[in-house]
Design a protein around this ligand. Structure first.
Ligand code: AMP
Length: 269
């Protein structure tokens, strides 16, 4: 399965100054999805595959930080410089900085094409901010997918991961190797190992996930939004497992909304 025609996501990656070349057509029920799972379970790859199928943009906070890291020091705000320091050490960026950055990109969360959030929210405080922000405008999440995988497998996956410096396509040195070593199949860009995929950073990131992000699973379970999916196997297998579950979730939500609207009409509300 190849990922093509990826939207530029300019409004997300560049913030308020960025203009998307194409905006997805408004959908009757836009997909508003959050992807959870420890670093290395393949959330980014799944987000790209889901984007192809559901058309909602893949919004990754990690991508925003990595895009900022390619700019010159002079172009970066003090908050962004500080954030990049956290990222390089594999630590979580403070909630206030992350929320400022997401809020600046609030238009993406209102986009008629919906969204697939990857890497955000990552703490209970971020989840509460997101909920309040969406609730204000009567928007709700369709589902929160949590990808599950044993830790030993996660470490092997992350250590072998390579990313294209130009189009950000993701490869793995053994499981998803490019046709030409060190070069991207799509754009021939050079492949590199992300700073936060190095062994020292991997350990810190997994600890940060357990400490800060795992409690989110409970938060979304209680909200009735959680959709656990096994992240074992190939990206295509994981994807094929995810989509039918999402479709069922959306249909159920739709039926519930129709039912509530009918009830309100009956009771004259
Ligand atoms: P990711 O690509 O999602 O693994 O993110 C890469 C790095 O960016 C993380 O290790 C953090 O340093 C930072 N980061 C991305 N998203 C968040 C977030 N929601 N909260 C805190 N830090 C984040």
């Amino acid at each position: 399965m190849t990922v093509t025609n990826k939207p530029t996501r300019a409004a997300w990656l560049q913030g308020p100054s960025g203009r998307c070349e194409t905006v997805p057509n408004g959908q009757f029920l836009p997909w508003r999805i959050v992807l959870l799972g420890a670093p290395g379970v393949g959330k980014g790859t799944q987000a790209d595959l889901l984007n192809q199928r559901l058309l909602a943009c893949h919004l990754s906070t990690g991508d925003v930080f990595r895009a900022a890291a390619t700019r010159s020091e002079g172009e970066l705000s003090p908050a962004m410089k500080e954030a990049l320091g956290y990222m390089r050490r594999g630590e979580l960026v403070p909630d206030t900085t992350v929320w400022d950055l997401v809020q600046e990109r609030g238009a993406c969360l209102h986009c008629a094409g919906g969204f697939i959030l990857d890497g955000f929210p990552r703490t209970a405080a971020q989840a509460v901010s997101l909920k309040q922000f969406l609730n204000k405008d009567g928007l709700g999440l369709t589902a929160v997918v949590t990808y599950e995988l044993p830790q030993s497998e996660i470490v092997a996956r992350l250590g072998g991961r390579r990313t294209c410096e130009k189009c950000k396509a993701v490869y793995h040195i053994t499981e998803r190797s490019p046709k030409v070593e060190g070069r991207c199949d799509h754009c021939e860009g050079a492949l590199f190992q992300r700073e936060d995929d190095r062994p020292e950073a991997i350990k810190v990131r997994l600890e940060a996930y357990d400490r800060s992000t795992a409690p989110l699973i409970e938060f979304y379970r209680k909200a009735g939004l959680l959709l656990p999916v096994s992240a074992a196997g190939t990206p295509e297998e994981i994807y094929e497992r995810t989509v039918p579950e999402l479709e069922v979730r959306r249909l159920t939500q739709f039926a519930e909304q129709m039912w509530a609207a009918a009830e309100n009409r009956r009771s004259g509300l």
